[in-house]
Design a protein around this ligand. Structure first.
Ligand code: SF4
Length: 422
């Protein structure tokens, strides 16, 4: 049993998760089975009278249709009896949360604004963003774990949006399903003709928990969602193709390794506590030395399963060559990759991106010390879909839609390819 401040931190995290994750219900009052885990699906079947002895088999059938085939209606489940299909349709749906808008960047990156079903009569439905980054041979889906974020990292746009609530595990899974729906990524489905979709067997080949929110502040739901996403009879994504990115919730890192077993990324961004306290205020609670100790002990870390350290390049703030050398020193002994991220500006920020010459010099120092140090190509900047830029902007989009309608332009033009932000 853990004791002292660590136990206190875990308690408060769990309490937050409990309070902030109500169960959404779709508009017609029926809950959706899409996104649920096996145990939850079995429970739902038992509630509508499916016999105990059939539960396992029926759950397996539904699982195959929902997560292997991507079914959106019970009608297509031809190996399920007509009576049961009709009973299922009376009580449940396979609806996904609503896509409010889709923006496609000039570089093919897509950003979806997704509205979750309301959780009460007065709730209009929480909104989150999910981003898809295609490359020629793979596609990475960046998913959100919370609506907003509590952590106020000073370089991050999401941090300016207050936390509304944690997402449920079903809502986290639903982001993967929505992407696969939209990208024609189910067996036999047609790929879209707009935007870029990789010429690979799977359009969504990798998932990163790097969208809105701190995943380790919503631990149970993230863990349960990843169990669904990695299930070998459904969405079948390998745990090695899932990366959980944390700003450094030290007490939860060991559990993440034991119970989620994904790849780990750390939003480091500074090599001195004084500066990291400012960039990532959680550092005041869990300073760099403690964070790096937790990384050294991350279950399964090895040269084949390196930890990624993310480092946003901020002009004149954290980009000196002295910082680069200190970074190398700090990471000594940790199987690591360093991901240099050119800062993606957003409205209202005072930070600027380091110039390319400086980014290259910084990268050289790190590379010469033996670390892979790719510079992440900024993707989707024109639609505010790049790292640290996410923030639900429905009001802004609505205002622009009104304006365009007033000017006689179709509302669909609001979300046009490469539309960009104000
Ligand atoms: S970087 Fe991550 S943890 Fe920090 S404010 Fe942004 S979303 Fe939250």
């Amino acid at each position: 049993m853990t004791s002292g401040p660590v136990a206190g931190a875990i308690d408060s995290i769990e309490k937050t998760a409990e309070i902030l994750s109500p169960q959404p219900v779709f508009a017609d009052g029926k809950p959706s089975l899409a996104g649920l885990g096996r145990t939850e699906i079995s429970q739902k079947l038992a509630e509508i009278g499916v016999a105990q002895r059939e539960l396992r088999m029926r759950t397996g059938q539904l699982w195959h249709w929902i997560y292997h085939r991507g079914a959106t209606s019970f009608d297509v489940m031809l190996n399920v009896s007509k009576e049961l299909r009709s009973l299922l349709a009376q009580h449940f749906t396979l609806d996904r949360p609503e896509i409010v808008s889709e923006q496609i960047s000039v570089d093919g990156t897509r950003k979806w604004l997704i509205r979750m079903p309301p959780v009460s009569a007065h709730d209009k439905g929480a909104e989150i963003e999910t981003v898809y980054i295609p490359e020629s041979d793979r596609g990475t889906l960046c998913i959100s774990s919370q609506v907003g974020c509590t952590l106020t990292c000073s370089f991050c746009h999401t941090g300016t949006q207050r936390l509304v609530r944690n997402l449920t595990s079903a809502e986290i899974v639903a982001q993967v399903m929505i992407a696969r729906d939209r990208l024609g990524d189910w067996p036999g489905a047609a790929r879209p003709t707009d935007g870029l979709v990789p010429d690979a067997e799977r359009a969504v080949s990798n998932v990163v928990l790097m969208g809105m929110g701190e995943p380790l502040y919503n631990f149970e739901h993230v863990r349960d969602a990843m169990a669904v996403v990695t299930d070998g009879e459904g969405l079948t994504l390998s745990r090695r193709r899932i990366t959980l990115s944390t700003s450094g919730v030290v007490p939860m890192i060991q559990r993440a390794g034991d119970e989620i077993a994904s790849m780990l990324a750390i939003s480091l961004h500074a090599v001195r506590d004084e500066l990291r306290n400012e960039l990532v205020p959680l550092n005041k609670k869990y300073p760099i030395a403690e964070l790096l100790d937790a990384c050294r002990n991350y279950p399964g870390v090895s040269n084949a399963r390196r930890i990624t350290f993310e480092y946003v390049m901020l002009d004149g703030v954290n980009d000196s060559l002295k910082d680069a050398r200190e970074l190398v020193r700090l990471l000594n002994g940790i199987p690591a990759k360093i991901n240099l991220i050119p800062f993606n500006p957003w409205p209202g920020t005072t930070y600027k991106c380091s110039d390319w010459g400086r980014i290259e010099e910084f990268s050289d120092v790190v590379f010469r010390a033996g670390y892979a140090s790719p510079v992440r190509t900024p993707r989707g900047r024109d639609i505010l879909a790049a790292c640290g830029q996410l923030k639900s902007e429905t009001e802004k989009l609505r205002a622009r839609a009104r304006l365009m309608l007033e000017e006689g332009i179709g509302a669909e033009g609001v979300y046009a390819v490469g539309g960009g932000e104000d």
